[in-house]
Design a protein around this ligand. Structure first.
Ligand code: 5AD
Ligand code: SF4
Length: 440
């Protein structure tokens, strides 16, 4: 989601005459697009701000205009100015279309050398309202894109998992209209995009209206995107397990452009913990959904997210998580230590788990997850897989790198003429990190 926002922010700015630079010590403006999901991510913003400011002070250069965008901006709001007074702009993730006009105000203020301005403190501009779809009404066509692109189709979340800040930082669920998404998809096709990933915090709850103002499902949306001839692959992220509908499962049987990797965060394998997390499914229900998905399309594989050390998690609860990992054989996962977040119910629950225990469980879980990923990649050897090539290898320019249906990197001998094409590749070797193969 943040990557999508970053692409959009860059596009708004270049439409308004701003030019991006790779040199972090030679910019007039620095924008930090921020994440608040875990403590580590949000703490990083303030240390990063300090580090960047120091670069300029040490080189005796003017401190650039700093803008903080996204979930830290929403959550910390005016506090950002207290902690880092040299920041000029604070915008929530639903207000970044205001960035060009805010920047122009700050630039004008800095360039007006009146006696008052000299004495005046850094101008502080803030808008952290959650205004739903407003930012999408301001989308302008992108001028360039990678072959693989995201489209955000839904914003916010109504699930209120007890550990999660997203409902507070991104607000309530709202869905874009089908015509607005299709317009964006067509624009991406004109730029050569072949794979589209439809994004939403809770994408299965998509209910945007169609041309006749009729509410439509995620399945309806995927069918419309699939009609576009240039789109060869479709993914959707992120699913809330119990909200996957039978129609979506059926679509995995019938829609060949829909990739057979389903990202289905389970968080914990213990029913007790799932209940305390306010996740509205049990491990049994989760396994049932996977069974249905696999019976619709036997090539489906599952990826997931896990949180270890949620308040009151016992060794037995944790064993239930390890057990589900062994049963489902997820092929790619993210695992996190539970991080207490401000204004969430879990942060004040009794039974907070010691960090050492969390770290130990994380290590054990990651070992188990790695075994699955390793075994899956090895099982690919000898198979023919379809690969979308996106870049020349940075290690050896005689090779190109792409992603297979399951998002694993695949390396083959070849040159840049392969980029943007999807080819059948026979896998010749596989390790935890990547697969190697030959074009057939
Ligand atoms: N602590 C740890 N992990 C979290 N996630 C969300 N909130 C927290 C938290 N407070 C994880 C969940 C979610 C992913 C995006 O981040 O696993 O699926
Ligand atoms: Fe957060 Fe996802 Fe739960 Fe929504 S469904 S509250 S985004 S973890």
């Amino acid at each position: 989601m943040n990557m999508y926002d970053a692409v959009r922010i860059t596009s708004y700015l270049s439409d308004n005459g701003f030019i991006s630079t790779e040199a972090e010590d030679d910019a007039d403006i620095i924008i930090l697009n921020t994440c608040y999901i875990r403590e580590k991510a949000s703490a990083k913003i303030f240390s990063e701000l300090g580090r960047l400011k120091k670069l300029y002070v040490n080189k005796k250069k003017a401190v650039p205009i700093f803008a903080i965008i996204g979930c830290v901006a929403k959550a910390e709001s005016e506090n950002v100015f207290k902690r880092a007074p040299y920041v000029s702009i604070v915008l929530s993730s639903q207000k970044y279309h205001l960035l060009p006009s805010f920047l122009n105000k700050v630039i004008k203020d800095r360039n007006t050398p009146t006696p008052e301005n000299k004495k005046k403190k850094n101008l502080h501009l803030i808008d952290v309202e959650l205004s739903g779809l407003e930012k999408f009404d301001n989308l302008t066509p992108l001028k360039k894109s990678d072959k693989v692109a995201f489209i955000q189709v839904q914003e916010g979340c109504d699930n209120f998992c007890t550990y999660c800040v997203v409902p507070n930082t991104r607000g309530r669920e709202v869905s874009r209209s089908i015509p607005s998404v299709i317009d964006e998809a067509k624009g991406l096709c004109d730029l050569g995009v072949v794979e589209i990933n439809l994004l939403g915090q809770n994408v299965d709850s998509f209910n945007g209206v169609d041309e006749n103002r009729k509410p439509s499902t995620l399945g309806d949306l995927i069918k419309r995107v699939a009609i576009l001839p240039s789109v060869k692959r479709i993914r959707y992220t992120t699913s809330y397990p119990s909200k996957i509908t039978d129609d979506m499962i059926e679509l995995h049987r019938t829609e060949k452009k829909l990739m057979p990797l389903v990202y289905l965060p389970i968080q914990s394998g213990s029913n007790e913990i799932l209940h305390k997390m306010n996740r509205k499914y049990t491990r049994e229900k989760y396994l049932e959904i996977i069974e249905k998905l696999k019976s619709a399309n036997p090539s489906i594989q599952i990826s997931s997210d896990f949180i270890v050390g949620f308040p009151t998690e016992t060794e037995e609860d944790f064993e239930a998580t390890l057990d589900i990992v062994r049963k489902v054989k997820f092929i790619q996962c993210y695992a996190f230590k539970y991080s207490p977040r401000p204004n969430t119910p879990a942060a004040v629950m009794e039974g907070q788990i010691d960090n050492k225990v969390k770290a130990d469980r994380l290590r054990r879980l990651q070992m188990e997850l790695r075994k699955n990923q390793d075994a899956f990649n090895k099982s690919c050897v000898g198979k023919v897989m379809s690969v979308l090539f996106t870049e020349v290898s940075k290690v050896d320019t005689d090779f190109v790198v792409g992603k297979n249906e399951y998002l694993q990197p695949v390396i083959v001998k070849g040159d840049k003429s392969l980029l943007g094409t999807i080819r059948d590749v026979k896998i010749t070797s596989g390790s935890y990190a990547n697969l190697k193969g030959e074009i057939v």
